[in-house]
Design a protein around this ligand. Sequence first.
Ligand SMILES: Cc1ncc(COP(=O)(O)O)c(C=O)c1O
Length: 386
Amino acid sequence: MTNFDIVPNRRNTNSIKWLYYPKDVLPMWVADMDFPAPKPILDGLHKVVDHGVFGYEMATPGLKETVAARMDKLYKWKVKPEAVVAVTGIVSGFSVAARVACTPKKGTLVQTPVYNEFHEVKNNIGIPQLDAPLIKHVNGNILSYEIDWDIFEKQVKKAGMFLLCNPHNPLGIIFSRKDLLRMAELCIKNNVLIVSDEIHSELLLDDNKFTPLAKLSSEIAKHTVTLIAPSKTFNVPGLFCGFAIITDKDLRERYEKEVGRLRLHVSSAGLYAAQTAFSGQCDGWLGELRRYLTGNRDFLVEYVTEYMPEVRLTIPDATYLGWLDFTQTGIVGSPYEFFLKNAKVAVSEGKIFGKGGEGHVRLNFGTSHKLLEQGLERMRKALKSL
Ligand SMILES: Cc1ncc(COP(=O)(O)O)c(C=O)c1O
């Protein structure tokens, strides 16, 4: 059994999350967890270090087979190993897709509020961004979101690519099969490439299930680039290794050509970690992690409901990210700045997630129960002093 209550001190490392703010600030922002990676990954990396030679490497056919086998095992989704393309992370992965599918006239469609890096694609690639904000609902203090189909249909016509975030960061939504089918249908009808960022797909809370969009039909798969990685699930994001699964040969060739042009070469450590992570050896650890994160999620929701009733929040189905709405609390200006100054807690500023993000923050609960409680206590006290 892993004891997730014990987390290493990360202050004396190069962690962005722990170094960016002064020492008295508790960081609950960047999306990595405070837990060590599972032992099989650490053991594997130790072996590589002991060997001592860090030469150039590439994704082997064996690794691609492992990725394909994991898709079969988890979802009964049959993909050929050659459909798997190694990428230097998921942000690189969707940036490459934008270079393949978008033009200055045909941009990228996103469902806001959504992962901040989605909003960087427009400037980095030089293409327009089309927003399809999700509709927010409030029930008591609980938030939920749904797709605004009128806006989606209008915007998809102008897009070259639809960048789907499923499970959704920061809202924690796992989109329903019905919604996925409808989104895919509209994309296909309008000749829009679907790029499905599924990086959080194995971080399921409760007993939730997940189905990759491309598994829904071979026609959908033909129009989709699926992006997955062991990085969030097994907490190895700094090793920068992800995979694009592209079943259509022509699309894959265009994609691989762009990966080659940009010289996006994955590090050997990342490839080793991915091999171990997706082999199944870490699945026991993952089951324990999911239970721990579900406990943290429940604690977050219960704590906010009881002690900060004017704050609204989502109940995420997946991820270790909470989304909190402070618009009814009397905080003037940005709640991110308010908590940084008054609670010494660093959460993620809602505005960076685009339309619908103002007055909200994202809170990372991928940490020990104790640190989560400390952060929430600090926030509660700061709110009380208003
Ligand atoms: C939805 C989503 N995509 C991609 C990433 C980052 O991926 P990578 O570090 O592999 O580029 C994150 C990290 O938070 C994320 O939440």
